[in-house]
Design a binder for this molecule. Structure first.
Ligand code: C2E
Ligand code: MG
Ligand code: MG
Ligand code: MG
Length: 284
């Protein structure tokens, strides 16, 4: 009986694995179709200039539209796209769409675009980005590429070459989710960045956890010492905003200002040209 049960277990296991392989193949097919039909689109989250209260730029965030008002978040498909070898066509499609959308924005408004860790093993990455810019006519000076720390660690020499080429073309570079990876300080000394984005986990807790507040202060000091611009991610309330503003943080992003918007709504927001009230908590 024990032997039979063991046999059944193996059969059940094989069935599950088979299901998984089939399921993976199905998702891969769906993803390929979605890329081809451009049902994965960029949404745009405003990045505010904390000095003026105006929109400084937008970060493009991928959304897979699966129904009229249904979409899948990038955490549920970016990694899959990487492992399925589909991140290159996906990213190309998104950047193309984003450049075409951003061409309608005023010259001063920047487009920020995320590049995945695995894309840095592609030596053509720089060329691919440059050819999309020339194809769409989007000026490199208005593009900012966001890179996480882990993105760079895999192949330092290759990443250094790609980053240098992008920078020479006039594209800005931002170190994303700063403080979450390891050896982030060494990344800062090895590569030339224009901006640091403070990870939202520190920002969100900055008003209830004094350690997080200290970390935010430390990152701000580091960033200012290196002469870099700083964006705080994940600002959700006015207390956090006041704290960051007091520290001299240049830019802010988060649900307090707005979530990612479809292209037409991002454009409408720019055309309204409103000023977000930026309150400072203390008199300097
Ligand atoms: P990220 O680059 O750090 O993007 C910021 C994420 O934080 C976004 O999640 C955004 O919706 C979320 N967020 C913004 N403000 C707040 C806030 O106030 N509170 C909270 N709780 N969350 C906030 P999203 O859109 O789910 O993106 C997750 C990650 O997926 C991004 O992190 C980025 O690393 C990656 N990603 C998004 N789009 C792309 C893309 O086109 N290509 C690649 N390679 N990665 C992408
Ligand atoms: Mg980002
Ligand atoms: Mg980020
Ligand atoms: Mg983050």
């Amino acid at each position: 009986a024990a032997k039979k049960a063991g046999h059944n277990n193996v059969a059940a296991y094989e069935r599950i694995m088979e299901d998984r392989v089939v399921r993976r193949a199905e998702v891969e097919m769906a993803l390929k179709t979605a890329i081809r039909e451009q049902s994965i689109v960029p949404y745009y989250q405003p990045v505010m200039d904390l000095k003026t209260g105006k929109v400084h730029g937008f970060e493009a965030l991928a959304r897979w539209k699966t129904g009229p008002s249904q979409y899948v978040a990038p955490s549920d498909f970016i990694e899959f796209a990487e492992s399925a070898g589909l991140i290159v066509p996906l990213s190309e499609s998104l950047l193309k769409q984003a450049c075409l959308d951003a061409l309608h924005w005023p010259d001063s408004v920047r487009l920020a675009f995320n590049i995945s860790p695995t894309q840095f093993s592609d030596r053509q990455l720089g060329l691919r980005i440059m050819s999309i810019l020339s194809e769409t006519g989007y000026p490199p000076q208005r593009l900012e590429i966001e890179i996480t720390e882990t993105a760079i660690i895999h192949d330092v020499a290759a990443a250094a070459n790609i980053l240098r080429d992008l920078r020479e073309a006039g594209i800005r570079l931002a170190l994303d989710d700063f403080g979450t990876g390891y050896s982030n300080l060494s990344q800062l000394s090895q590569f030339q960045f224009d901006k640091i984005k403070i990870d939202r986990s520190f920002v969100i807790n900055s008003d209830r956890d004094s350690k997080c507040a200290d970390i935010v202060r430390g990152i701000m000091g580091l960033s200012q010492g290196l002469g870099l611009a700083t964006t705080a991610e994940g600002i959700e309330d006015s207390g956090q905003l006041a704290f960051l503003k007091d520290l001299g943080c240049d830019f802010g992003q988060g649900y307090l200002f707005g979530k990612g918007l479809p292209a037409d709504q991002a454009l409408a927001l720019l055309l309204r040209n409103e000023e977000f009230p930026i309150i400072q908590s203390s008199v300097a």
